[in-house]
Design a protein around this ligand. Structure first.
Ligand code: GDP
Ligand code: MG
Length: 292
């Protein structure tokens, strides 16, 4: 068993990379920062070794308790894993948050691989400058440029991880690809569609709770979900004109759920307001954002 912590700033592609390495969608992805809220483990078994990829929220400045929780996960993960994979944009600017992650990696004296993502966006000759900037700060055990989106060089990266492979007891059963319960994945699919369809501020205040999920006699899987938002005005936006937005969210989410579950789905969506839940520990726990 080898645990690999995938860390970095928001939006650098950590979840996309986790999905690419696992070969299956285990984490939701969006163009907006702070999409990933919890630590999520993607799992593969290869040549007698189990690899656990720990996808984390991006390291950012917390503005509420949910943010504090997310930042703590990143910091704990760095010290908790066998190897750190620091994922960065193909850009020469190293941010203070990245410097603090590198500092933690140094203190933990752990192997660390610098992964430069999104190389589909830059020219080869620009890559060297990026590598030079980060290499100044730490003597990384390997540097691998990849494109998580196209899959380019992900096999090379996997090869680097394999150098640290240890035979030993598996932590997770053979057929498990993620530590995320099915209900959580279903809730995350709904949140992914809201992130895609709604503007910046609204989706960040959203949590999704699955109240019920069961197979009906007619073979459909019936799912009853509540979308919580922070303001009445947000509720209006989520529902949309004559319910158009909610309908769209439901259609897109149902499509993905049916693929995921291999079954027809009946989806019932509700919207409720829970003011300031991102500062309420009790509510956060209720939505699955808790320390364990
Ligand atoms: P995270 O916040 O670090 O988990 O980032 P996500 O995986 O959610 O990705 C953030 C955005 O970057 C999404 O719009 C992705 O489609 C995009 N992205 C991820 N990997 C790549 C890549 O290799 N190339 C390009 N061009 N975009 C990418
Ligand atoms: Mg993510």
């Amino acid at each position: 068993m080898l645990s690999i912590g995938i860390v970095g700033l928001p939006n650098v592609g950590k979840s996309t990379l986790t999905n690419a390495l696992v070969g299956k969608k285990v984490a939701i992805v969006s163009s907006k920062p702070q999409t990933t809220r919890t630590r999520l483990t993607g799992i593969i078994n290869k040549d007698n070794c189990q690899y656990a990829f720990l996808d984390t929220p991006g390291l950012h400045k917390a503005r509420n308790r949910l943010g504090d929780f997310m930042v703590k996960i990143v910091q704990d993960t760095v010290c908790d894993v066998d190897i750190a994979a620091l994922l960065v944009e193909p850009d020469t600017k190293v941010t203070p948050a990245e410097e603090s992650l590198i500092k933690r990696i140094k203190e933990a004296k752990m192997p660390a691989i610098l992964v430069i993502n999104k190389i589909d966006k830059i020219k080869n000759e620009d890559l060297l400058a990026v590598i030079a900037q980060y290499s100044k700060l730490h003597d990384f055990d390997a540097v691998v440029p990849v494109s998580a989106k196209t899959g380019k060089n992900c096999d090379v990266l996997m090869g680097e991880f394999e150098k640290y492979a240890l035979e030993g007891p598996q932590l997770f059963p053979d057929n498990m690809v993620s530590d995320q319960p099915e209900k959580q994945l279903i809730a995350e699919i709904i949140r992914e569609k809201l992130l895609k369809l709604l503007d910046r501020e609204v989706p960040h205040g959203i949590a999704v709770e699955i109240l019920q999920m069961e197979k009906r006699e007619d073979g459909l899987v019936s799912i009853n979900a509540t979308i919580y938002c922070e303001k009445n005005s947000h509720k209006g936006i989520i529902i949309g004109n004559k319910g158009a937005m909610l309908k769209k969210v439901g259609e897109m989410a149902r499509y993905d759920m049916e693929k995921e579950l291999g079954n027809k789905v009946f989806l019932d969506l509700w919207v409720k307001v829970k003011e300031d839940w991102r500062n309420n520990m009790y509510q956060m726990r209720n939505f699955g954002y808790e320390d364990n």
